[in-house]
Design a protein around this ligand. Structure first.
Ligand code: PLP
Length: 503
């Protein structure tokens, strides 16, 4: 096996030899006097800037300010934009994140002027179509989850958690006695304990059992009347179904607690089962995962929350309603937890999710889950001889390996993730969930073809072999990109956010 190599390009060869991911700073380009525009000669007398503007409004000259043409700037930014690794360009097997392909028709519909240019202050009477879309999306999410009510307001999964947790808080307050604790399994996503803390609860963590699941016996020993809720994820972050979910819900309900389900993994079960039937009282959805909206890069998300009837008085305002043949936004809700997001949430994302659900239909939604589970299990069974599987139960839409075998040759999960970049794949999620030491969490989603998945499996097998034969090369990986192994700790602790001219 040969080490991959790269020819280092010179600045003048940019754009001459295929794709070169190397680009000077704008400050290193241009030449004095070059500008992005040319104007006709003045036909009026010239006046000094100082005579027309107050001194404070006039910019001081900037040293070494780049002087560039429009084309210099356009090419610079266009080249940079092409360096993005995206779901439109490559396989992105980031576990828990559900990085699946976002059909372009979603964008097409969200860009229709009637939606995209609809001002949020337009009165309800002139917004019937947009409100109808929100109402119907709520209905679809209710149908998919079985929940009795849905609010579309939260802007992300984590904000959905906060919304749900505030409703749980309001519910217990209305019972007359506030509770103090939230129970969480140790496999929980980091946003779960953060949310519980933000609402003033203390977090009681329970250890997963040898199956990687919640042990009802352990839960029973900590569940009491001071506990407001359990927050669990089903399927959990190992991609495994909590088989004792009914028992778990019963234990929590018996002591007056509520069951919160983190629904970020709905991609594995939608169309196959309804989360409410598992005894769940509150559920959040990640529209930007399961319902195919681009995410990552800080783009807007959407994390609707579904609840059972008894929490309905606390839903955020406005409530999207359909009464007497009219769609309306109801703000008159005295027990509501209030507003969670400006206007009605990230409306553009709602249009995308609506389009996605409508274009798939009930059969398509079911097929999504089936294909997602099939793909993950194909990867799992193809790689289990090569990588250690700490929990070998039934997996659904993702599988979690670790670096136990490779560590014998001093090759770690980080090394494996980095060398995957040389093979042209985005690394999977690493070092999460925390209960798996050196976790490599792979989620292929349903949108990948067998060829792509086979390519990934082949790369992973080659990497496992390289770890036996050439373990030393891993420490330089990735070798092909211009920036190879970065000093990640230094980058996080001492970020350089400002360009300084060379002295
Ligand atoms: C992504 C994710 C979240 C948080 O969702 P955001 O939209 O990123 O805030 C919560 N729980 C799980 C299991 C997730 O995968």
């Amino acid at each position: 096996m040969n080490k991959p190599t790269r020819q280092k390009p010179t600045t003048s060869s940019i754009g001459m030899k295929g794709l070169v991911f190397e680009e000077p700073l704008l400050f290193e380009m241009g030449s004095p006097g070059r500008t992005a525009f040319s104007l006709p000669k003045y036909d009026v007398p010239e006046v000094a800037l100082e005579a027309t503007l107050p001194a404070a409004e006039i910019r001081n000259p900037i040293e070494n300010f780049p002087e560039l043409s429009e084309l210099d700037v356009v090419r610079h930014f266009t080249r940079l934009s092409q360096w993005n690794f995206s779901i439109d360009t490559n396989f992105y097997p980031l576990g828990s994140c559900t990085m699946k392909y976002n059909p372009k028709v979603n964008n097409e519909v969200a860009s229709l002027p009637g939606f995209a240019q609809h001002h949020p202050y337009t009165p309800d009477s002139l917004s019937q179509g947009s409100i109808q879309l929100m109402f119907e999306l709520q209905e679809y999410l209710k149908e998919i989850s079985g929940m009795d009510h849905v609010s579309l307001q939260p802007a992300a999964g984590a904000q959905g958690e906060l919304t749900g947790m505030l409703m749980i808080h309001a519910y217990h307050a209305a019972q007359g006695v506030q509770r103090k604790k939230i129970i969480l399994p140790d496999s929980a996503h980091g946003t779960n304990p953060a949310t519980a803390n933000l609402c003033g609860y203390s977090v009681i963590q329970i250890q997963s059992d040898e199956r990687g699941l919640i042990d009802p016996g352990k839960l029973e020993s900590v569940m009491d009347e001071e506990t407001a809720a359990i927050m669990l994820t089903n399927p959990n972050t190992l991609g495994m179904f909590e088989t004792d979910i009914l028992k778990i819900a019963e234990i929590v309900h018996k002591k007056g607690g509520l069951v919160y389900c983190d629904g970020a993994n709905l991609n594995a079960v939608m169309g196959k089962t309804k989360i409410k039937t598992m005894g769940v009282d509150v559920l959040h959805f990640n529209l930007h995962k399961t319902f195919s909206t681009p995410h990552g890069g800080g783009g807007p998300g959407s994390g609707p929350v579904g609840i059972i009837d008894k929490l309905a008085p606390f839903l955020p305002v406005p409530l999207v309603e359909h009464t007497d043949g009219k769609y309306r936004l109801n703000y008159d809700r005295p027990e509501s937890i209030g507003k969670m997001k400006s206007f009605f949430g990230n409306f553009g994302i709602l249009v995308r999710a609506y389009t996605y659900i409508r274009s798939l239909g009930p059969e398509g939604i079911k097929q999504v889950s089936e294909m997602a589970v099939l793909n993950a299990n194909y990867i799992k069974s193809s790689l289990k001889e090569y990588f250690n599987l700490p929990y070998d139960g039934h997996s659904l839409h993702e599988c979690v390996f670790n670096d136990k075998h490779q560590l014998k040759n001093n090759v770690s999960t980080m090394d494996i993730a980095k060398i995957l970049i040389d093979y042209g794949f985005h690394p999977p999620t690493v070092y999460f969930p925390l209960i798996v030491k050196g976790a490599l969490m792979i989620e292929p989603t349903e949108t990948e073809s067998k060829e792509t998945i086979d390519g990934f499996i082949t790369a992973m097998k080659e990497i496992a072999k390289l770890a036996e034969t050439n373990p030393e090369i891993f420490h330089d990986a990735p070798m092909i990109p211009v920036s190879s192994r970065l000093d990640e700790i230094n980058a996080a602790r001492n970020p350089k956010l400002k360009w300084k001219p060379a002295a």
